[in-house]
Design a protein around this ligand. Sequence first.
Ligand code: 5AD
Length: 351
Amino acid sequence: MAHWMDRLASGEQFDTRQWVEILSQYQNETVREALFARARQTAQRYYGNAIYVRGLIEFTNYCKNDCFYCGIRRSNACAQRYRLTKEDILSCCEEGYALGFRTFVLQGGEDGRFTDDAICDIVSAMREGWPDCAITLSIGERSEESYRRLFAAGANRYLLRHETADPEHYARLHPQGLTLEHRKACLYALKRIGYQVGSGFMVGSPYQTLEHLAQDLQFLSQLRPHMVGIGPFIPHRDTPFKDFKAGSLEMTVYLLGILRLMLPGALLPATTALGTISPKGREMGILAGANVVMPNLSPLSVRKKYLLYDNKIATGEEAAEHLAALQRRMQAIGYTIVTDRGDCKPAAKGT
Ligand code: 5AD
């Protein structure tokens, strides 16, 4: 029988038991090396040695939700709340464009102050100011009508992690009122509308089992998103999950390798959380098949306030203004940062 990596690469679906077997080998060096070599080859075939960068603008840390893991949850009275103005956001874009960014990601908590009109106004101004750039939104669950309006205003991409594809596990991570069903409905609506869609999950979140991870992979193979963001769970001191341990670096990069084989043309970021749990985390992610890095373009004055988890890195090479340093790190491992929108390659498009 063919090796699971060949079968995965040829599009075969695995059941939960098969996935658990594959996932349980994550510490086996021989398996890891074979997986990563193959994942790198696949990324190379689709994207060469290009690493795409996205300028991340964290424009509000107000949030109406109370997710148990998240540092900007509503109940966290210690969070210093802020909102950027439209002018602040446009100056981030201006600075980012000059640095070579051609994708801007507007990320924020679910902040009622940012109505459809407000976001559309910002997106239209960005579209007009930087017509050659991609605009990505990461602003949570909204109505299909709202997603349509934002798309019409010029947004192209949307990031919304599913967090966990198991409904019961979902309920242990989120307070009542938030459901996996609704999260999934949002993701399918976004796809229908024509966004390039990113989903993803935390690795090692409290109560997560290998069966849950199996379900995450099964869900992603069904959804076929254009992007998948995964990062280790990292506890935040002012949340109910403060005493849980962080997710594993090894499991996160192993999953990146698997995702590269499963969704060969996908955009896979080596996330900030991965860079936070280990100084070499981002490089390890790229060497396991990731091809995107999302440096922080938020104004320095607010960067430390967008704290989803403890010790989140923000001012080193993950900072947009240190792109040259990031470029050197990428070149040291055989990759190069490109000035490009970095759209998803056809194989994963329209899937
Ligand atoms: N650790 C790691 N990732 C987190 N996120 C939120 N809180 C944490 C945490 N404590 C992730 C979620 C969310 C994304 C923006 O950040 O997956 O979708």
